[in-house]
Design a protein around this ligand. Structure first.
Ligand code: MRU
Length: 337
């Protein structure tokens, strides 16, 4: 099997190639059960991403790349399979970037599987560099509040925002995480808490509604979140609830960082108003037996103005305002043109 070594702390790789299928951790079953699932064809890949068995911007990108490989092996036309996979979730641009990388490979006569495997390795390497840059940036800040799950499960490395936490822990620096529950699907309480507990990192869970009070009440040294898409001006789409954290951090004078690989940056999108925000089912919110049947607005993401972001921690270092120039320079200097 290829796709990277097991996580060092009992968290298996979130995605790996078996030779005939893509093996993923079924994140719906956590924390109760650690289920590995082999996805043998593009239908199974699309279903896994759509149902959030596989979730998190980076890992849906790499899983989607393998999905295109599987579709091509089944003889499906390239454009059809690429559009099908890329359209599974609309907000995280990583999915489109990864699918496009495979499409470009096929068009230039390269082996699509090699490209998908290279994406896995690149993601792991980029996450490590994000972790190290964030560790140095936040060397004096020990109590970090994070949202959703941005760690080993959400990437093919040790994570983006959580990569910073893992890097601090690896270096022996003090670190304590306040993890928001992340309603409605509880990625924080189910996944971040599970991953950090397994990694031996001090973690405490709060309900989302407690976050502003924690930040204004002096319990947090920095807020660190991931991103599903960063517009050219630094506006950031991330799990719903992120905007409230940024507003509270701004009010409290607490630094607010976005940690993301550069393939979350979409220079074609000038600002947040152009980012498509995924709307999900009412049943994710009114999810208890006997809940009333009324309309629900259930956006999976919200949009944080770049003006609230202290720094964007990437694999090429911490980018600072004005993001319109620092993001463009970083993307153009990277191998992603
Ligand atoms: O709906 P999800 O669970 O896929 O949303 C995930 C997030 O919002 C993460 O913060 C983001 O994808 C970054 S993961 C490295």
């Amino acid at each position: 099997m290829s796709g990277g070594p097991a996580g060092p702390v009992g968290v298996p790789p979130s995605v790996a190639w078996t030779g005939t299928a893509v093996r993923v951790v079924d994140q719906r079953a956590l924390p109760g059960e650690l289920v590995l699932r082999d996805l043998p064809d593009v239908d199974a890949v699309v279903d896994a991403i759509a149902t959030l068995a596989v979730r998190g911007a980076n890992v849906i990108g790499t899983t989607g790349a393998f999905g295109v490989v599987l579709g091509l092996r089944a003889g499906l036309p390239l454009d059809e399979v690429a559009e099908r996979v890329a359209g599974t979730r609309p907000t995280a641009v990583n999915l489109r970037v990864a699918v496009q990388a495979v499409v470009d490979a096929v068009r230039s006569g390269r082996d699509p599987l090699e490209v998908a495997l290279a994406l896995v390795d690149a993601d792991r390497d980029q996450c490590r560099r994000i972790g190290e840059a964030g560790r140095d940036e936040l060397v004096d800040r020990h109590r970090l509040l994070t949202h959703c799950n941005t760690g080993r499960l959400a990437t093919t490395g040790w994570g983006t925002a959580l990569g910073i936490v893992h890097a601090k822990a690896e270096a022996g620096h003090p670190v304590r995480v306040l993890a928001t529950e992340t309603r409605p699907l509880r990625q924080g309480a189910r996944l971040t808490a599970w991953e950090l507990e397994r990694s031996g990192v001090d973690v405490e869970v709060i309900v989302d509604a407690a976050a502003a009070g924690a930040i204004l009440g002096g319990r947090v040294d920095a807020v660190v979140v991931g991103a599903d898409r960063i517009a050219a001006n630094g506006d950031t789409a991330n799990k719903v609830g992120t905007l409230g954290l940024a507003l509270a951090a701004d009010r409290a004078g607490v630094p607010f960082y976005v940690a993301a690989t550069l393939n979350a940056v979409d220079l074609a999108v000038p600002d947040a108003s152009h980012v498509p925000v995924e709307l999900r089912r009412a049943a994710e919110v009114l999810d208890r037996p006997g809940d009333v049947d009324v309309p629900v607005w259930n956006p999976a993401f919200d949009l944080t103005p770049g003006g609230l972001v202290t720094g964007i921690v990437t694999e090429v270092g911490v980018l600072r305002p004005p993001y319109t120039s620092t993001l463009a320079d970083a993307v153009r200097a990277s191998d992603r043109q």
